[in-house]
Design a protein. Structure first.
Length: 195
């Protein structure tokens, strides 16, 4: 199965870049057809340079109805059949999680179900993992429903935490793995080898 992907981002978009590069190199057959951000994120530059439509849809600057309709309009226009959240910090509206049931995936920078939930994103996650003196961390790819970090887990990869690791060094280690694991998860979905 070849997916038409909408990627959602909020920040630097390094996971999106990894996915775009896998797609350009034909290591996955799916294509990113539109990128949506909640603010003018740095990560929009790379897809825009490839001619992919990008859109900034900030929640606070419009009524909720318009916020939802703008997204659904783009998803329909581009015939999207898979939503890939790549560092998107907002919760998707229920209208979208319902419409795209089992067709939304997210990457989380820790081994869920631990260290997930509201407020657990980016550095907050790595800080909590280090404070808890965990031996392992690593990215989790999971399906998305309308509860934070709750959906079924698709793929996880472990990395060992050393005594010298700081939240910053752990972030770096996990992010390197994320760039491999996220495109691989899309490949698993394409091949339906998901377990
Ligand atoms: C990634 O580490 C991703 O796992 C994390 O945000 C970062 C985005 O980086 N996501 C979460 O914490 C979600 N709860 P990127 O913009 O460079 O891809």
């Amino acid at each position: 199965m070849k997916y038409r992907i909408a990627a959602y981002i909020s920040g630097s978009g390094s996971n999106l870049k990894a996915i775009l590069d896998y797609s350009l190199q034909k290591k996955i057959s799916s294509e990113v057809v539109v990128v949506i951000a909640n603010k003018d994120a740095k990560g929009l530059e790379y897809p825009a340079s490839l001619g992919i439509e990008t859109a900034v849809i900030p929640r606070k600057e419009m009524p909720r109805k318009e916020f939802v309709e703008k997204q659904i309009g783009l998803l329909e226009k581009h015939k999207v059949d898979l939503i890939v959240l790549a560092g998107y910090i907002k919760k998707l509206p229920k209208e979208i999680t319902d419409k795209f049931k089992n067709r939304i995936i997210n990457i989380h920078p820790a081994l869920l179900p631990k260290f997930g939930g509201k407020g657990m994103y980016g550095m907050n996650v790595h800080r909590a993992v280090i404070e808890a003196k965990e031996k392992y961390s690593g990215p989790t790819i999971h399906f998305v429903d309308d509860i934070y970090d709750n959906g079924e887990i698709l793929l996880q990869k472990k990395v060992e935490i050393s005594e010298n690791d700081t939240p910053e060094s752990l972030q770096k280690k996990v992010l390197e793995l994320e760039h491999i694991v996220y495109p691989e998860a899309i490949k698993l979905l394409e091949e339906r080898r998901v377990n």
